[in-house]
Design a protein. Structure first.
Length: 188
């Protein structure tokens, strides 16, 4: 799951994708209605990668919470954020039993479910497949691809390409003929 470039803006509902960045503004696109606008430096902007959920131990990153939630729901949609908060909190306990219910407000729980369903609809919650790497740190898939490319290289030398003649009109209107080489080696 890669939530890089996904942000929340205080006072605005939903989530946003960063489209472009300026000196004092960020151009964002709403994930709900796809409208674009400028978010200014004075807006309170939070990236989803930096948000954590309070637990009885160490705080858990939102990406880890969503991984557990995705696994628990088997990739399906979660309860609506409009459900009763007691029901939402009971469900959170099924995949995150040590979350701190005193420091996590009802509004935070609702956002957790709303954002999960938004990200799921955008296809951003699918787990990333980590490819096995060999002892050199190169993934086996890339190694196989480069071997195939090397095996498919032509073994015969490339023949000299024929020259093409084209006529070009000069500024005075007289035609000039130019010889253009389209390939091959130099000096022949």
């Amino acid at each position: 799951m890669n939530l890089q470039g996904i942000i929340s803006i205080a006072g605005r509902p939903g989530l946003f994708k960063i489209v472009a960045q300026g000196k004092q503004t960020v151009i964002v696109e709403s994930m709900i209605d796809k409208k674009r606008f400028a978010a200014h430096a004075s807006d309170k902007i939070s990236t989803l990668e930096d948000i954590s959920v309070y637990t009885s131990g160490e705080d858990m990153k939102l990406t880890d919470v969503y991984s557990k939630m995705y696994e628990k729901l088997q990739g399906k949609e979660a309860l609506s954020h409009k459900e009763d908060t007691v029901k939402l909190r009971e469900f959170v306990l099924t995949f995150l039993p040590d979350y701190d219910s005193e420091r996590v407000y009802d509004s935070d729980v609702k956002k957790l479910f709303q954002w999960y369903n938004t990200l799921l609809a955008e296809g951003l919650l699918t787990p990333e497949v980590i490819e096995p790497k060999n002892e050199n740190g190169i993934s086996d898939k890339k190694l196989k691809t480069s071997k195939t490319v090397l095996e498919n290289k032509p073994t015969k030398p490339v023949k000299q390409m024929p020259t093409a003649k084209s006529s070009v009109k000069s500024a005075s209107g007289a035609k000039k003929v130019a010889t253009v080489k389209t390939g091959g080696s130099r000096g022949k």
